[in-house]
Design a protein around this ligand. Structure first.
Ligand SMILES: C[S@@+](CC[C@H](N)C(=O)[O-])C[C@H]1O[C@@H](n2cnc3c(N)ncnc32)[C@H](O)[C@@H]1O
Length: 218
């Protein structure tokens, strides 16, 4: 049995909705993402594997707010918003459901439909990852954490640089359940530096603006 299949079968045997759930479990085992968390936002949540992991790791009175452009089968204890995260009205609905500066963890497993054309694909994941970072910077509390999926390529270093400028610490993870041949990696950033900043998921948020010392958001 291939290693990949083993993860797939493990996820299915345990009633997890995705093999991606095992990636989050592995990151959590190492980085204790859910410790003391009360509000968790799951971007790109469908079919719901990450939300399942979050829900089972959190106390029953903690909240999990999940969002996806696709429909997701309801999960007990998970609030779901359906919509494209890049759209202003969708962001407004999400913002309305959480209190500013009171989100403990924003996690984004959002992935664009990859075309196979490197330049386009890099621009697409970058757009989603920038949007997620803007949202995290605007909503996380001061010691909150932001976990985001990236695809290795020409945009990776510049995106990590932006995260390092805007968060107190940044580490990169490649959990075993992530296929070795996949360019996917995860960045975990803690401690947003722009406490009090604006929520901004504009896909067009220029990297230089996002990276500039607080100019855009304070
Ligand atoms: C890899 S899957 C997420 C798997 C999920 N973490 C799980 O464990 O079940 C990526 C998800 O990102 C979503 N997505 C991609 N672009 C999006 C966008 N602009 N807004 C919201 N969701 C998006 C896709 O619909 C897809 O469900």
């Amino acid at each position: 049995m291939r290693e990949d299949d083993a993860f797939f079968h493990e996820a299915r045997r345990r009633g997890l909705r995705s093999r991606a759930a095992l990636k989050l479990e592995a990151i959590n085992a190492r980085d204790r993402l859910f410790r003391n968390a009360r509000v968790v936002v799951d971007l790109g949540a469908a079919p719901g594997g990450w939300s399942q992991v979050a829900r089972s790791a959190l106390p029953s009175d903690a909240r999990v707010v999940a969002l996806d452009i696709l429909e997701m089968e309801p999960l007990p204890g998970v609030e779901f918003i359906r919509g494209d995260f890049r759209q202003a009205d969708v962001l407004e609905r999400l913002e309305a459901s959480v209190t500013r500066r009171a989100v403990d963890l924003v996690m984004s497993d959002m992935a664009p439909n990859l075309s196979g054309m490197k330049v386009n694909d890099q621009a697409r994941w970058r757009e989603l990852a920038d949007s997620a970072a803007g949202f995290a910077l605007g909503t996380l509390e001061h010691d909150g954490a932001f976990l985001v999926k990236l695809f290795q390529g020409e945009e990776t270093e510049s995106y990590l640089r932006v995260l390092r400028e805007r968060f107190a610490s940044v580490v990169v993870r490649k959990p075993a359940a992530s296929r070795k041949q996949s360019s996917e990696i995860y960045a975990l950033a803690r401690g947003p530096r722009n406490a009090g900043g604006a929520v901004d998921n504009r896909a067009s948020l220029p990297y230089s603006t996002l990276g500039a010392t607080n100019a855009a958001t304070e």
